[in-house]
Design a binder for this molecule. Structure first.
Ligand SMILES: Nc1ncnc2c1ncn2[C@@H]1O[C@H](COP(=O)(O)OP(=O)(O)OP(=O)(O)O)[C@@H](O)[C@H]1O
Ligand SMILES: [Mg+2]
Length: 1029
């Protein structure tokens, strides 16, 4: 049966499972949460997760969102065979999987030609990084490649262990916790082969370099080097094997982790570095830096009798590894250089200050080296040859919401990041739902949801938000400290409903808060942040004289990381939180410009144990991942939706009129089917290409009916199969006998009957059909038809057709028409919606422009795109984008002033009901389609078009003179959206427009050598259009 498949379970037994999303529901809950009868019940949601988890079914959908449970054990579901199973298969036809999501995203990128992104979220240890690796592997294995690309796939995969060695660490919650955020773009060429990659990294947790909580470790690379490095290597770096000898590695008292083999991982990293383009020299310089951080940690200070600080340990090795002068380093670690009133002063540091300066240097060296490493990987992944028509899939693996016992600046940034992503998630999910309803022509029902903008504003608002207050406190002259920052917060945002401090709290909350904490009520839950260290971490200051020493380093990596300009430039760099905020803004813009898919990861327990389902922990994650909210949005009106063809294909056996095949329109087939099944009107709606079913129950009943029908279908199939087999057998025997008989008779027949009749027929071939020529003419006809059968055109574009004998002229014409119609019908069935849209637009363009405009023939072969703005789209201000909601098309234009004809570069964006002219940050003009009278163009090839606006509407600014390099595409889309296809006027010589009430202007068009737009005689605008060869 089609819906059965073999699957190997974790004990290695082969079992048969039903893969149909619905038939599996009884055994292991529902594969898609939208099919939960009680979709408002959190308990039902969690129960479904638990039932599936118990069966090692770690993936479940909420519509197109994939929920993934961390199994904490290796499952045999990631093999090459599994990848093959998911290739090109529809999302819903097969059990949920990360490969299904990867494949769907890839196919959407290819067919819709739109950039995609996959957002992976979840708390620490939930499986985000594992998921992102699985997606990358899927693309590396299944996408087409050539030699260069095979190498790229390798580099993409090899960049992971390197980044993990430097950016991951063992924490209490995850033995391989990513301590930085990562967004990775994979670029694909027009054939769908990966051709490039780019990584953006976010906020590495630098404090870990100098301090780790109990039970945690520093970044993996330190332990890998000590455990895996060769003896010679360690000697050169003056290192000893035992991590306990290094102060920066002992804070967490956890040198070894049973689940990690530092030695093996070291080998993997060393193998990966050359693959991603590191030279031997660069590897050596990198090792020097890692070792120098360890030596820095062991640098100790003493206090002299007069309170001066001096270094008590040997630093020559440290200086050698850093590639700097020893005495300059010694001086810079114990003194501070200040510039006051233009004069430089050197003041000694006290003991604590010297220790802080040392730690700041270690953090800066490590942090900047990490950024360099990412840059280096990016160079290796960069697109080598510019590939036309390339598209992108972005992967976001970023730290999840974090609530520790003591939460500091890092948790504040991480949770702020999650707050932003949640905002984007809700916005985009709602948007795509609304869009789907709109495309399908189904009324949208408003959904209530919690908008966390209020919390984002509390954190990020200019001048008033927590980040601004923190910056201000760092920059303010006079005595500032973490506590003064807290007081400032109380003064400024004290009344905010999502902000509490010890002083502002009621008695109950006060008991669980210290005086140095502030509490934020995040969408995901409450978190207390201790303000200690906020100012220092936000300042992220490194003494100037330390920077001076470092920028003279002869280690090229370090001299690249510490630039001279930084020391010369007196301007203060942006504070850490503001930098983070700005990078997040950019990230949300990037994500907003792409079509998103989501993986929401959940960890089943905190003990990293397989098979344990901690309900409290899971419930908490379900809550803060907003999954119930997501489900409610998805179930806003209808529980289930499916394309007509998929629905009909599955359920057609339930209705005699649709079984075995329905030959009419798909929508009619679906309607006939549901009417036969007795669906009530309120139970379903038919969209343009999908059926929407309101209640899961309706669907389950249909599914049950199908189950019941299956034996009958099987019987029918068996009977017809037997009949077919017997008939085929009979035909074979008959053919054989006829052949024997014919062979026997051939000789006699040919000589005595066939030849005379044939020759006579040839002689009388032009006469009326009769006994003289019937044999010949029949033979000719038969030969033609036989030949035709073999040589039928294979595509609608193939216009060849065998020449018929005169007697078959009419029949041949008829057949040709029938065949063409048949091919067209088949073609239409296969057409993807995106392609259909493209063709509809092309047909409209042809109706408007064919034989009317010189530039039309050149536009025919070029695809119409959804946006021509490319990276410019990202520059359009966020505010503008938010005001517009969903723009359907964007293109760069030159707008000419009606007086004076000054050219002004602008972006024209089209929405469903109006168009806007945008100047990156501002909306300059809005044109309601109802006010658009007509669109005028010349018949030449010049790219000019004039939008004539009705004068009745006072809100409109009047006619628009535009030049656009994609004028055919723009006008076609605009005319279709505004429903003005019959109002496009093509004028041969000139176009009039209104300058102001009562005053007219004119554009004259002439042909010339090259395109030129100038002011002509009599104050007209003269457009010289390019003469086409
Ligand atoms: N699909 C999976 N199959 C098997 N084990 C998994 C899977 N996903 C996660 N794990 C296990 O869980 C551990 C933690 O996963 P991962 O490192 O991906 O978490 P994370 O969400 O990236 O956490 P962090 O935010 O701390 O980086 C992995 O090291 C692995 O042991
Ligand atoms: Mg991770």
């Amino acid at each position: 049966m089609r819906y059965q498949a073999r699957e190997v379970d974790i004990e290695g037994r082969v079992r048969l499972v039903m893969e149909g999303a619905l038939t599996a529901r009884d055994r292991v809950g529902v594969q898609d949460f939208v099919l939960l009868e009680n979709y408002n019940s959190e308990a039902a949601f969690i129960e479904n997760l638990r039932r599936r988890f118990r069966e090692n079914l770690i993936y479940t959908y909420i519509g197109s969102v994939l929920v993934s449970m961390n199994p904490y054990k290796e499952l045999e579901i990631y093999s090459k065979q599994q990848m093959d199973r998911y290739r090109g298969v529809s999302f819903y036809e097969i059990s949920p999987h990360i490969y299904a999501l990867s494949d769907n995203t890839y196919r959407a990128m290819r067919t819709e030609r739109k950039d995609q992104c996959i957002l992976i979220s979840g708390e620490s240890g939930a499986g985000k990084t594992e998921a992102s690796k699985k997606i990358l592997l899927y693309y590396a294995v299944t996408c087409p490649t050539n030699d260069h690309m095979a190498a790229l796939g390798d580099r993409l995969l090899q960049s992971n262990p390197v980044l993990e060695a430097f950016g991951n660490a063992k924490t209490l919650r995850n033995d391989n916790s990513s301590r930085f955020g990562k967004y990775m773009d994979v670029q694909f060429d027009f054939r769908g082969a990966p051709v490039g990659g780019h990584i953006l990294n976010y906020l590495l947790e630098k404090s870990r370099v100098v301090h780790q909580n109990h039970g945690e470790r520093n970044f993996h690379i330190f332990y890998q080097l000590l455990d895996g490095g060769e003896d010679d290597q360690l000697n050169t770096l003056n290192l000893e094997r035992n991590p306990q000898n290094y102060r920066y590695l002992v804070k967490g008292n956890c040198p070894r982790v049973s689940s990690i083999s530092d030695k093996n991982n070291w080998k993997v990293v060393m193998k990966a570095l050359p693959v991603i383009g590191f030279t031997e020299e660069e590897v050596q310089k990198l090792l020097n830096i890692i070792a120098s951080v360890l030596h820095l940690g062991n640098t100790q200070f003493g206090e002299g009798e007069e309170g001066e600080t001096y270094i008590t340990t040997e630093i020559s090795n440290l200086a050698r590894l850093l590639g700097v002068d020893g005495s300059a380093l010694r001086e810079a670690l114990t003194h501070k250089k200040l510039t006051a009133k233009g004069e430089e002063m050197i003041t000694p540091l006290n003991f604590e200050q010297a220790e802080a300066a040392r730690d700041a240097l270690a953090k800066a060296v490590y942090g900047r080296t990490f950024t360099w490493l990412v840059e280096k990987i990016n160079q290796s992944l960069a697109l080598k040859v510019h590939s036309k028509g390339s598209s992108v899939i972005g992967l976001l693996d970023i730290y999840g919401f974090e609530v520790l016992q003591h939460n500091s600046f890092e948790q504040f940034c991480i949770n702020y990041c999650n707050e932003k992503l949640q905002q984007l998630f809700i916005e985009l999910t709602l948007r795509s739902e609304q869009e789907e309803y709109e495309t399908e022509g189904i009324a949208w029902e408003t959904v209530q949801y919690f908008d966390n903008k209020i919390i984002c504003d509390l954190i990020e608002e200019k001048h008033k938000g927590i980040i601004s207050i923190l910056d201000e406190e760092c920059l303010r002259p006079g005595e500032t400290c973490d506590v003064s920052f807290l007081e400032k917060l109380e003064d400024t945002v004290g009344g905010h409903p999502h902000f509490v401090t010890h002083k502002l709290a009621n008695g109950k909350t006060r008991r669980v808060m210290s005086r140095e904490e502030f509490r934020l009520l995040h969408y995901a839950g409450e978190v207390n942040y201790n303000v200690n260290g906020f100012l220092d971490k936000n300042n992220d200051l490194l003494n100037r004289n330390l920077k001076e020493v470092m920028c003279q380093s002869d280690n090229q990596i370090l001299s690249h990381c510490f630039r001279r300009e930084e020391v010369i430039d007196q301007k203060r760099p942006e504070m850490a939180a503001t930098q983070f905020k700005n990078s997040l803004m950019k990230l949300t813009e990037i994500l907003r410009s792409k079509e998103p898919s989501y993986v929401r990861c959940i960890k089943p327990n905190d003990a990293k144990q397989p098979g344990r389902f901690d309900e409290v922990l899971v419930r908490h994650q379900v809550k803060y991942l907003g999954l119930m909210e997501n489900l409610r949005v998805r179930r806003a009106g209808f529980a289930y939706r499916r394309r007509f063809e998929a629905f009909l294909q599955r359920y057609k056996p339930l209705c005699p009129e649709t079984w075995p095949n329905w030959h009419g329109r798909l929508a009619d087939g679906v309607l006939t089917l549901v009417k036969h099944l007795g669906y009530k009107d309120e139970e379903y709606k038919l969209g343009r290409s999908k059926i929407f079913i309101r209640f899961p129950k309706t669907l389950f009943n249909t599914e049950d009916a199908l189950e019941a029908k299956k034996p009958e279908i099987a019987l029918t199939l068996q009977t017809s199969w037997r009949g077919y087999r017997e008939r085929a057998k009979y035909q074979r025997i008959r053919r054989f006998l006829v052949l024997c008989f014919a062979k026997y008779n051939n000789f006699h027949h040919d000589f005595c009957i066939f030849f005379p009749r044939f020759i006579k027929g040839f002689i009388y071939r032009h006469g009326e059909y009769g006994p003289e020529n019937d044999y010949f003419l029949d033979h000719v006809r038969y030969s033609f038809l036989k030949n035709l059968r073999k040589n039928l055109p294979k595509s609608v574009l193939d216009k060849s057709w065998p020449t018929p004998p005169p007697s078959l002229d009419e029949a041949s014409e008829h057949l040709q028409r029938l065949h063409m119609r048949n091919m067209v019908t088949k073609y239409c069935w296969r057409v993807q919606p995106e392609w259909k849209k493209q063709m509809m637009q092309k047909v409209v363009a042809s109706e408007i422009f064919k034989d009317q405009k010189d530039s039309y023939p050149q536009s025919v072969g070029k695809l119409f795109l959804d946006s021509r703005l490319g990276t410019q789209r990202e520059q359009i201000s966020l505010k503008v984008v938010q005001t517009l909601g969903n723009d359907k098309y964007g293109v760069s234009v030159i707008k000419y002033d009606k007086r004076g004809f000054k050219p002004r570069p602008r972006q024209l964006l089209l929405t469903n009901t109006f168009a806007v002219l945008v100047d990156k940050t501002k909306i300059k003009q809005r044109i309601d389609y109802t006010a658009l009278r007509d669109i005028a163009l010349s018949s030449l090839s010049d790219g000019m078009c004039v939008l004539h606006i009705t004068r009745e509407d006072n809100k409109q600014k009047g006619d628009l003179l535009l030049h656009c390099s994609h004028s055919i595409e723009l006008v076609t889309k605009l005319a279709m959206m505004a429903n003005k296809t019959s109002n496009v006027n093509i004028n041969p010589g000139s176009i009039q427009f209104t300058v102001a009430r009562g005053k007219e202007g004119i554009i004259d068009f002439v042909r010339g050598a090259e395109l030129k737009v100038t002011k002509g005689r009599r104050g007209h605008l003269l457009v010289v259009s390019q003469r086409l060869l």
